[in-house]
Ligand binder design. Structure first.
Ligand code: SF4
Ligand code: SF4
Length: 157
């Protein structure tokens, strides 16, 4: 459920993993006409419930980070759910377990800040909309919040 995006495909092979950011006020869940995207008490935004999802792709279009994918074979949306089956019982998400370079890290904010020069931010601005998330991106220490161009997150697949 993690996908890789090229950062600047024309000039660099650099990629970045894209995981669900688990927004505090998730646009994907708000636009779902079938109430198929549930948020747990811990703030984890789940993938679509199979019995509810009608495959309309509203969530695919609404997510500012380009996370949900409509999967044709399943005729439903599927996305990262923070490996809730694992994290709800104290295990790390599978992606963070197998990442050899810690590009994906799962742990407390304090532990992350001890291990990295960059700082984690979870406050983003898309146009006039501010989005706060449970997951953080690492940025240079001077950055307070990121103002992002939605088009830069559209997959090139
Ligand atoms: S990043 Fe996208 S898919 Fe994840 S909770 Fe936010 S709006 Fe939903
Ligand atoms: S694709 Fe499924 S989960 Fe997404 S908005 Fe439509 S019904 Fe809801």
């Amino acid at each position: 459920m993690v996908h890789l995006e090229f950062v600047e495909r024309s000039s660099s092979p650099q990629t970045t993993p894209v995981v669900c950011m688990h927004c505090e006020d998730p646009a994907c869940a708000r636009v779902c006409p079938a109430d198929a995207i549930k948020v747990t008490a811990e703030g984890v935004v789940q993938s679509a419930l199979t019995e509810r999802c009608i495959g309309c792709s509203n969530c695919v279009l609404a997510c500012p980070f380009g996370v949900p994918k409509y999967v044709i074979a399943a005729d439903q949306m599927m996305k990262c759910d923070l490996c809730f089956d694992r994290t709800s019982v104290g295990k790390k998400p599978m992606c963070a377990t197998v990442c050899p370079s810690e590009a994906l890290f799962y742990g407390s904010r304090e532990e992350l800040m001890r291990r990295r020069r960059e700082k984690p931010i979870n406050d983003f601005v898309f146009g006039q909309k501010e989005v706060k998330t449970k997951v953080s991106l690492m940025v240079s220490s001077e950055t307070e919040r990121l103002e992002l161009d939605v088009a830069s997150f559209i997959s090139e697949e």
